[in-house]
Design a protein around this ligand. Structure first.
Ligand code: AMP
Length: 304
């Protein structure tokens, strides 16, 4: 594995792989690798000839007062893990390489960035401007055939799919399942902020999602009872969520019932960590109405 720090070096290294028609996969990350990141690298390794991982703690996606300075960083360990995962190129640029003096452009995806994590009363859409801008730059720099993202950041995936369509960027976006601890907690670099007691409480996020899944599996479709089932788990762990919402799984519009695949997304502060998690609720298929005269044996009209 080669670690490169400049755009010119990375472009040259990717071009060298392209000469003999190799396919290229990109895994954008902010480092501090865990099994979630490694699952994306494994998928890229499986499907692509050349695997590029970017490691860049992107300052423009952190709001004022967020954890940019505290964000866990360990490039030596990350490089070892990436090499062991079969990564070919690790792109770890300094901030000035991505945002040189005079940098003045932002990519804004409207609508879907203004809810959930982008709600103006919470982090604001600026977070997703930062994400959309850096991902657009990475896609332009690497020009991969496939880029890999985690469904744990479901809104981020929706934003990236939107911008790739809107800006005609020729890349396939793969979104992979959330990797969890055995007790259900979604792996996250920010889990490092949790004390042992908070780490225990944090498992309530996953329990909340499972409670909602069970309610839907039992036939519930109205949003309030589904959300109440989830909220009860958060309450029991004394977690007041920043949001707990049902949204259309594709365009993130608000929904009032689970009548098709529906995203249930949660964000909550637990101690110093701001954690997010989600699941897609699949309504149980309703049996087709059976005409009275055509009832099964033992139903409907008397048989004698
Ligand atoms: P980050 O370094 O947190 O920006 O994450 C880099 C990529 O890894 C993003 O596409 C995330 O969605 C993905 N990711 C983060 N946590 C997980 C997880 N637990 N399972 C799967 N993918 C994840």
């Amino acid at each position: 594995m080669r670690t490169v720090r400049t755009i010119a070096e990375l472009r040259a290294a990717v071009a060298a792989r392209r000469v003999d028609g190799q396919s290229v996969g990109l895994v954008p990350t902010m480092g501090s690798f865990h099994a979630g990141h490694l699952s994306l690298m494994a998928a890229a390794r499986e499907a692509c000839d050349a695997v590029v991982v970017s490691l860049f703690v992107n300052p423009t996606q952190f709001g004022a007062g967020e954890d940019l300075d505290a964000y866990p960083r360990d490039q030596a360990r990350d490089a070892e893990l990436a090499a062991a995962a079969g990564v070919d190129l690790l792109f770890a640029p300094p901030v000035t390489e991505i945002y040189p003096d005079g940098f003045a452009t932002a990519v804004t995806v409207r609508g879907i960035t203004e809810v959930l994590c982008g709600d103006p009363d919470r982090r604001g859409p600026g977070h997703f401007d930062g994400v959309a801008t850096v991902v657009t730059k990475l896609l332009n720099i690497v020009a991969p055939d496939v880029a890999y993202f985690g469904r744990k950041d479901a809104q981020q995936v929706a934003v990236i799919r939107r911008l790739v369509r809107d800006l005609d960027i020729p890349v396939r976006i793969e979104a992979l399942a959330t990797v969890r601890e055995p007790d259900g907690l979604a792996l996250s670099s920010r889990n490092a902020y949790l004390t042992a007691a908070e780490r225990q409480r944090a498992t309530a996020l996953h329990r909340a999602l499972v409670a909602a899944e069970r309610a839907v599996a039992a036939g519930e479709t109205a949003s309030e009872p589904v959300l109440a089932a989830a909220r009860a788990e958060l309450d029991a762990a004394a977690i007041a969520p920043e949001y707990l919402e049902l949204r259309d799984a594709d365009d993130l519009t608000a929904v009032t019932a689970v009548t098709r695949p529906t995203l249930l997304a949660v964000a909550a502060r637990v101690g110093r960590a701001r954690l997010i998690d989600n699941t897609v609720l699949e309504p149980v298929p309703q049996p087709a109405a059976v005409p009275a005269a055509a009832g099964a044996p033992g139903e409907g009209a008397p048989t004698q």
